[in-house]
Design a protein around this ligand. Sequence first.
Ligand SMILES: NC(=O)c1ccc[n+]([C@@H]2O[C@H](COP(=O)([O-])OP(=O)(O)OC[C@H]3O[C@@H](n4cnc5c(N)ncnc54)[C@H](OP(=O)(O)O)[C@@H]3O)[C@@H](O)[C@H]2O)c1
Length: 147
Amino acid sequence: MTMGAPCIFGKTAYENLSIKPLPGRLNIVCSRSYKIEKNGDVLHAPSLEEGIKQCGNVDRVFVCGGAVLYNYSLEKDLIDVMYVTQIYLFDETLKKQIASNKKTNTYFPYNFDNLKWTKYAVPFDENLLPKENPNVKAFFYKYVRQR
Ligand SMILES: NC(=O)c1ccc[n+]([C@@H]2O[C@H](COP(=O)([O-])OP(=O)(O)OC[C@H]3O[C@@H](n4cnc5c(N)ncnc54)[C@H](OP(=O)(O)O)[C@@H]3O)[C@@H](O)[C@H]2O)c1
């Protein structure tokens, strides 16, 4: 979905990418405190607004998280469309394991104002889901900001 479009990350999200920079996309890393080494496909921005400017004249820019950057972009009303994967666990043991995992400490700002957004269900290929646990279901939604 993001292929070819500029992708803006918070510093922590970028550092946690298993492949970085994401190929085929201009990667922009937001940080007020450090400058990442500049190379052709990675730029540093001291703010999200500055990062958006660095994208130049493009149709769309993806804000790719993490939570700090998602929260900021929603608070500043900079987002027109959100693509959200919701994963439902119908397995109580798995739910408890995840709840007790101390590494689970970052959350999408699910308390955004629903009334400002129109939600659409987007069909997707169920074969992409892991087969080993049929009690894990995922749904993919597109939210469009009402202006
Ligand atoms: N499931 C998903 O879709 C998804 C997507 C992305 C990330 N993640 C996960 O989320 C976690 C990271 O999220 P996080 O909330 O901890 O951190 P984050 O938002 O990725 O990064 C936070 C850091 O980015 C910089 N930053 C954020 N907003 C900024 C702004 N408006 N202007 C300038 N700099 C800004 C700051 O760096 P400085 O302190 O250097 O100024 C801040 O400390 C990781 O575990 C990652 O794997 C999940």
